[in-house]
Design a protein around this ligand. Structure first.
Ligand code: B4P
Length: 190
């Protein structure tokens, strides 16, 4: 199974990714998590990514694409993967097409989590209080939302036109959202 999980900041991508990936016995690949791991390890990639993340901007496509290509080439991803937070730009869509096409497989489904705008902000503000993530300040949250609207929302139409899109209600309890995603994907086969 080769899946993409999309949604605006705070929609629950990272929250759902692990459970969904376990259900399909595939690795969850989160670009945000990989960047944050590199930031805390102080790698060159982390140093470069941090200044973009802290400003609510996307890390440049060349950097992100290379990182995802390396991760998808790892052995555990040969059986499939769930991408959390990638692709986020049209250039990343093209790059991913190339990466998957190269393996002789194809993308199976794209899930978009839909959450009310006020709820999105509330979740992130709440996370700021508990986790202290450096990009969960009010100004940066607003910028992340703008960047999502400008650069990532157009991808929804691209995948809709390809017949791969599943829009799922992301409101309510975490477990309820998981059930809705699994139900939406019930007829999808790899
Ligand atoms: P991400 O780590 O992907 O951050 P995010 O969009 O905020 O989503 P996240 O997964 O963390 O939050 P979630 O919605 O699960 O990206 C961070 C940054 O990395 C980007 O801004 C960018 O700079 C960079 N980056 C990542 N990928 C990139 C790419 N492809 N290209 C370029 N740059 C890239 O959850 C949010 C909160 O809601 C949590 O506190 C959670 O507990 C809560 N929550 C979730 N579901 C809930 C529910 N049902 N009810 C109540 N609360 C819920």
């Amino acid at each position: 199974m080769r899946l993409i999980l999309m949604g605006p900041p705070g929609a629950g991508k990272g929250t759902q990714a692990g459970t969904l990936a376990s259900s399909y016995d595939i690795p969850a690949i989160s670009t945000g998590d990989i960047f944050r791991a590199n930031v805390s390890e102080g790698t060159d990639l982390g140093k470069e990514a941090q200044r973009y993340m802290d400003a609510g901007e996307y890390v440049p496509d060349e950097v992100t694409n290379k990182m995802v290509r390396n991760r998808i080439d790892e052995d555990d991803a040969t059986k499939g993967f769930l991408l959390d937070g990638y692709p986020r730009t049209l250039a990343q869509v093209e790059e991913l097409d190339g990466m998957i096409g190269h393996t002789g497989h194809s993308l199976d489904a794209v899930v978009v989590l839909a959450v009310d705008p006020e709820e999105l902000v509330q979740r992130l503000v709440q996370r700021a209080e508990t986790d202290g993530r450096s990009d969960d300040t009010e100004d940066v949250i607003r910028r992340r939302q703008e960047v999502y609207a400008e650069q990532t929302e157009p991808l929804i139409d691209v995948y809709r036109e390809r017949g791969l899109l599943h829009e799922v209600d992301g409101m309510g309890e975490v477990a309820e959202v998981t059930e809705r995603v699994l139900a939406a994907l019930r007829d999808v086969t790899a």
